[in-house]
Design a protein around this ligand. Structure first.
Ligand code: AGP
Length: 620
């Protein structure tokens, strides 16, 4: 997820395009901060500057070596998806001998084929590893053919697959910025003598609250006095104007009260983007970030997951799926315990290091130990260029976008999704699953963003309950099978956000001791497996609910639509959609995230930066 800004202002306005663009990039830096860049149309032609690292590095460069004044330009702050965060991979990308500059937010799924075509047929020599540079050269070709920048953007947009928001300027088209969007956000800001484009309203909230929402597959052209919207075929399309009712601070959170709430609501997108672009034209999984020889992967006889906290719970969920699909034993190890127990790992062990930040020292040390033992390591990570993928043999990136809140939410769902992709890739490679079986599971996975969105739209009951329970001092979480790690994650969320004692455990463990904790009124969340799932597991969990209900517990049951067997024993029922057994964690965890967030909010706590915690624990 990146932040992009476009500006076209009347030359006689006392406004510098660079100042407007940098102001917008500052407000959107939360969307990505691997690198940043700007391109301006000036009397001296198109000029561009870009730097890897945070926006401050670009600002320093612009201070030391200023650009000419301009009234039109584009800007970008990057969250790397293709290509490490380097100066060369930073946006904007140039084409037509520097006469075109383009920035991009999203993932162009068919960029590899287009890149090869440009290289082979037009002799284009690429200077970056990005999918974005392909779009820049395509735009140059299209503009050379038709001579109209808007029409050229329409032609290019029709050729691209995946998710993209593109903005471009051309040295020969003054006072003009052209944009296109598909499956990626772009909004217009309407000013006086100036117009704006941005990934979200934070791009221009400091200058105008009048916005125009763009629809799917649309091209927009702004000048200081006009806004023209068409579809990808040039047909005029309407834009819906609205007044932004957020202030500048809220705008950086997309109108949500905090980053935690924003990121919970970004989960459908995080799962969809993590799935995006992972199959070839025949539907075969192509995890091109994996650089481990297929023969090695065919030869592994054990998988060990090393991770901490929420990432470890994602690994616990993945264990059930990977063992079921690949028939390989999967151990999940807390990274900080791993190397001190003298683990049995060797060249036939595949170690999977899961980490949102890629900088968790416990996990880094586990990776180093595993490699010293001759094991191959795959990193599942949300941060390109971070230490863990860099020190691994291969990486499979989640595309959840920057996760700002300390308590992990969208990264958890993206990690599960990426682990499932790895499991299916291994099943495909090792022949455990037929192509059609894998395709069917992928098709189910692609329905999950919609299922998650459905849960997000029905959580007022959970919020109300959380506010009622603000004085609660202890909450238990029960789950079984893939619901067990969800119970652990639900407890962790409540601990780290609301500072309440919470414990998650396997429902089957209840009668082996924890049931002694049950007293009248004790709140217990129970994640109930699907009655359509593994034989009799559902009934066993319903029995657990009966046991604690009989002892006066307040049973808050998460059960799928239509499961009425839980009703006699549930104090509250939170409904989730019917989804495949192994995918249930992607929906059952959401009410627990929202419950913890809402209860912490009701207690007046800082949900984005809870006490004593850090987003990345870079010490052992
Ligand atoms: C999760 O809400 C916590 N912030 C914490 O457990 C976190 O998941 C853990 O520290 C691992 O971080 P990583 O994914 O960046 O390695």
């Amino acid at each position: 997820m990146c932040g992009i800004v476009g500006y076209a202002g009347a030359p006689d306005l006392d406004a510098s395009a660079l100042d407007v663009i940098l102001d917008g990039l500052r407000r959107m830096e939360y969307r990505g901060y691997d690198s940043a860049g700007v391109a301006l149309l000036t009397p001296e032609g198109l000029v561009a500057r870009k730097r890897s690292g945070k926006l401050a590095r670009l600002l320093q460069s612009l201070h030391d070596d200023p650009l000419p004044r301009s009234n039109t330009g584009i800007g970008h702050t990057r969250w790397a998806t293709h290509g490490a965060p380097t100066d060369a991979n930073a946006h904007p990308h140039l084409a037509a001998a520097g006469r075109i500059a383009l920035v991009h937010n999203g993932i162009i799924e068919n960029f590899a084929a287009l890149r090869a075509q440009l290289r082979d047929e037009a002799g284009i020599e690429f200077v970056s590893e990005t999918d974005t540079e392909v779009a820049a050269h395509l735009l140059a070709q299209a503009h050379a053919a038709c001579g109209d920048l808007s029409r050229a953007m329409q032609d290019v947009a029709r050729r691209l697959e995946g998710a993209f928001t593109l903005l471009a300027v051309h040295a020969d088209v003054p006072d003009t910025v052209v944009g296109a969007r598909r499956n990626s956000p772009l909004v217009v800001g309407l000013g006086e003598g100036a117009n704006f484009l941005g990934s979200d309203v934070a791009a221009f909230i400091g200058h105008t609250r009048r916005a125009v929402e763009l629809g799917q597959d649309q091209v927009v052209t702004i000048t200081p006095s006009t806004v023209t919207i068409t579809d990808f075929h040039g047909n005029t399309a309407p834009g819906r104007e609205y007044a932004v009712d957020w202030d500048a601070a809220a705008a950086e959170k997309g109108g949500f009260p905090n980053f935690m709430a924003k990121e919970i609501n970004e989960q459908p997108r995080a799962v969809a983007d993590t799935l995006r672009g992972r199959t070839d034209g025949e539907g075969h999984l192509t995890l091109d970030e994996l650089r481990i020889d297929e023969s090695v992967l065919r030869g592994i006889n054990k998988i060990v997951v090393v991770a901490c906290g929420t990432a470890a719970y994602a690994g616990m969920v993945a264990k059930y799926a990977i063992e079921h699909w690949c028939r390989i034993p999967v151990e999940v190890e807390l990274a900080h315990e791993f190397r001190y127990r003298d683990p049995v790992v060797d060249s036939r062990t595949l170690v999977v290091a899961i980490s949102q930040s890629g900088e968790t020292m416990d996990t880094i040390m586990a990776v180093r130990h595993a490699r010293e033992q001759g094991s191959r390591v795959i990193a599942i990570c949300n941060t390109r260029g971070s230490t863990i993928p860099r020190e691994s043999d291969a990486a499979l990136y989640t595309h959840a976008g920057p996760e700002i809140a300390v308590a992990s939410t969208k990264a958890f769902l993206a990690q599960i999704t990426a682990c499932y992709l790895l499991g299916l890739y291994l099943a495909q490679l090792r022949g455990n699953k037929y192509h059609d079986e894998i395709a069917a599971i992928l098709a189910d996975l692609r329905t999950m963003p919609g299922a998650i969105q459905k849960v997000l739209e029905g959580l007022e009951q959970v919020r109300t309950m959380a506010r009622w329970m603000a004085d609660t001092r202890s909450v238990l979480f029960l789950g079984r099978h893939v619901g067990f790690p969800v119970a652990m994650e639900g407890a962790l969320k409540l601990k780290e956000l609301a500072y309440i004692h919470a414990e998650g455990f396997a429902a089957g463990e209840l009668k082996h001791g924890p049931i002694a904790l049950i007293e009248p009124g004790q709140p217990v969340f129970v994640i109930v497996p699907s009655p359509r799932g593994k034989d009799s597991l559902h009934n066993k969990v319903v029995s657990s609910i009966q046991e604690i209900n009989a002892r006066g517990a307040r049973t808050i049951v998460i059960a799928e639509d239509g499961d009425d067997e839980v009703l006699p024993f549930a104090s509250e029922v939170i409904r989730i959609p019917q989804v495949p057994t192994l995918m249930a964690p992607l929906v059952s965890v959401v009410p627990l995230q929202v419950f913890a967030c809402e209860l912490a909010t009701a207690k007046g706590l800082d949900v984005d930066q809870p006490r004593n915690l850090a987003k990345s624990v870079t010490v052992e």
